[in-house]
Design a protein around this ligand. Sequence first.
Ligand code: SF4
Length: 372
Amino acid sequence: MALPDNIKNKKLRGIAEKVCNKIPVGREDALYMLTTDDILDLGTIAHYIRTRLHGNIAYYGVNMNLNYTNICELRCPLCAYSCDEDDEKAFLLSLDEIEQRVKNAVSMGIDEVHIVGGLHPHLTINYFEQLLRLIKEIKPDMHIVAFTAVEYDYFAKKNKIPLEEVFKRLMDAGVEALPGGGAEIFSPRVRDIIAPKKISGSKWLSVMGTAHKMGLKTNATMLYNHIENAEDIVDHLSKIRNLQDETGGFKTFVPLQFHSENTKLEVTHTTTGYDDIRIYATSRIFLHNVPHLKALWMYLGDKMAQTLLRFGVDDIGATYHNEKVVHAAGAQTPDFGSETFLKRLIHKAQLIPERTTASYRSLSAGLEKEFV
Ligand code: SF4
């Protein structure tokens, strides 16, 4: 497959040549891509890579979000979702409530549960094992994507057991993949302001490296649109790419646009369409070794997420019954999108929708095949 030869921008033409010859692009290239106004040339390169990897397919999922508690010891300034134990909006779901929610979502045809929550001081690992086994009892083939690197690290410390044992016990109970949350931005300068008590960027990477070595595939996120700069973004992308070279465990990279409402961060700006396009296309081009790039329609809005399917994105996210975290921070999108809605977005972008899970197994028409 040849790259279209209509790239006019000289620097981007140089980057395109590297891409064609499968040479990883450099940090200077990334910095340039994050600031260029030639988004159509940039999009041509990103779309070339996306098509080389996935052809005309775009992925989506049918899942539910399970946020088991909003009580969290850390109370990060970037977070609109968490609260203290004595707050009137504090909640912790009982196993009975979880059973009801999962059964309800299963009756609506979900394939996957996406579980994350706050760092609750009184929950032991037994609660999580029971929660996972309960879900598997309700639907044995449910794909479970559960707990961020921040939660795994906390479980190990709280339960005074090695991280490997935490992974082993929760994998035995049903965890099949990890979401990529908690990465934020690795730069200590930024992290000290937006999430000072959260594990460091290097700790996040080391927890993910352990998960990969234990056979778990994971996502990786990057939170942008707060106080980061272009160098911080390139640093973040580089660290993901370096770990991926070692472990190959990242399936998907997920840039997340920061929403500031109800958080302690005073961020008054929001991204423009050009900004979002530069972030996604640069991620696609720089992270040559990570197979998938996901644009969560719930964070970006459905129209921008759909547009990004032509700028490197191959996965538009999922139906997300009952999403709580980004809506607490003011996202204006609905907290549920039907399968028909997602398929229409993909079809109208001239692509073929493929229903899948975070492990990218095909779920369309009973086919059993695995994508990259
Ligand atoms: S971002 Fe996560 S760790 Fe930080 S306060 Fe919110 S729930 Fe807790």
